[in-house]
Each structure stands twice: as C-alpha cells, then as structure tokens.
Design a protein around this ligand. Sequence first.
Ligand code: 13P
Length: 334
Amino acid sequence: MSIDQLEEIAQAMMAPGKGIIAIDESNTTCKKRFDGVGIESTEENRRAYREMLLTTPKLSDHISGAILYDETLRQSTKAGVPFTRVMMDAGILPGIKVDKGPVPLAGFPGDVVTEGLDGLRDRLKEYARLGAKFAKWRAVIAISDESPSGTCIEANCHALARYAALCQEAGIVPMVEPEVLIDGSHDIDICYEVTEATLRSLFGALYEHNVLLEGTILKASMVLSGKDCPEQADVEEVAEATLRCLKSTVPATLPGIVFLSGGQSDEQATAHLNAMNQMGSKPWPLSFSYGRAMQTAALQIWSRDMAGNVAKAQQTVYARARDNGLAALGQWKK
Ligand code: 13P
C-alpha cells in the first residue's frame, strides 16, 4: 500500500456532503443500548440490527464509511453476503474499531487510558485482509476538578500515535479519536482548555511517531458546556469555540475532521455541525462520524418489531444521514 492509497482512502472518507456512521459498539456497549429498548443482546440480534443499518437503501448518498466492531466485520447478511461485500458494493468504506477500551490510569484517580496496542500489528494485518480500509481508536479524557492530568493526556496521545503509525504500516487509514467527555458541570471554557491541550499533545505525538497526516482523519469532540453545567452555551457559541480550538491546533494538511456526537441530542449534533460549516473558510472539511445521533431513533423503531419494522427503521437512518450530510455542507434547515 502506497502513501497515495492512504491519501485516496482519507479523501474518499471525506467526500463532500458525506459522513461516517459509527456502529462499532463493543458487545458490552451494544448490550447497554439493547437493554435500553428491551432487546436481548444475542449474536443474531446484533447481526440482524447491523444488517438493518447497513442495508438502508441509498445510504451511500450521505455516508462514505461505517465503523464496525470485530464481530460485525466477520458477519454476513441473512442471505449470506459478507457485510464488507455489501458495503463495498454500495460504495461504503468498511472501518474497524481496534482499541480495547479505557482502563483506570494507575496513580491518577479519575483518569483513564485506552488499551489495545499489544498484538495490534497482527490484528491490523488480519483486518486489512478482511477488507477494512480505516480503523478507529478512541481515547477518553474526562473532566473533573482533578482531571485530566497532563500524564493522562500524554499517555493517551502516545497510544494514539503508536496505533496510527501501525495502521499506516498496514495500509489502513487511522481515525484518531480523543474524546473529551461531555459529563460534568464544567463550563465551555474548561472544555475548550482541555480540548486544546489534548489536540496539541496529539499532533505533537503524531509528528514524533512519523504519522503521515495526509493519510489520517481526526475524530473530534465538540467544545461544549458540561452536561450538568447550569449555563449551556448555544449553537453559535459551540460552533465558534469548536472551530477556534481546531484552527489553533490542527494542521491544515489533515484531509478532514469528523465529529462524534458524544451524548448530544440528534438535533444538536446536526445543528452544531451545520453552524460550523456556515462559518466561512476552514482549512479542512468538517463532517460527522456519529454513533448515537445516527442510530437512537432507528433502534427504538426497530426494537418494537425487529422483523416488521426494518423498512421504517431504515427510513429514519436515511433521514439522519441526509440531515447530517446537509449539515456537512452547511445546508441543513431545521
Ligand atoms: P457517539 O456519536 O455516540 O458519541 O459515538 C461515536 C463513537 O464512535 C464514539 O467512539
């Protein structure tokens, strides 16, 4: 795999008016989501749910790629067609979550660090063989009076850089995701400071590890008021603060930035992205890589009748993709 091919994949992920659907919930997280709507989290139910999402008619109008979980990458439709084949035929790039999740960072109560580097080179080789074109690693940065420590930011960014370098060695585009959590009562200024420090550290680490930025995508969290902050920043403030933070930390050579939804409502996630894309010139395209903000409504509909509501649930998936695709162009209207 050449540098050109990595760049091509990254460009295809950022096709104008398109974004990524994140359906890479681990079995533990998927169980939580299924529990919430009263569905049993069996392998077959997870497979059927992901089939419903991935076979949404015309999904590729607004979706360039989908992030899968290890189990999903190996699954097929009921008719026996591998999901990766369905996706490639539809023009949707298969992606894979490769981190093994966060664990407490020893010595720093409240901080976590993401694991998953051991054996990653071999796993990436297999994922590439199975058809993965890009891979995601999520670092989690929590905000509290004591957190995050500088050590937490540094340890997570170091791991992100090592994972990104390994991805590129395997011909896979890394989607680096340092998520600053929305949980807490902090205000938007604190979120700005933590996000800025994290992104500075991240791009420093990527540079130190010889990661090719032209073949890398950033999956960022927005700069927001903490969920429990009594004063909630409005759409314009969030868009302005997020853009300012990204512009001061993210090199212009990066082919694109996609956002996670991170607990925002569907409408907020769309409105924030739309507002940013209406704010004049930016060095990189801004789009979405939403999980919950793409799926929540569809999961509810599907859970009421798993066999009978497939088309209805898919209409909701399509509508969310269309709205977010329009927001990626700054053309969404409420
Ligand atoms: P949310 O959009 O639900 O935050 O999920 C995106 C994601 O992939 C988190 O890692």
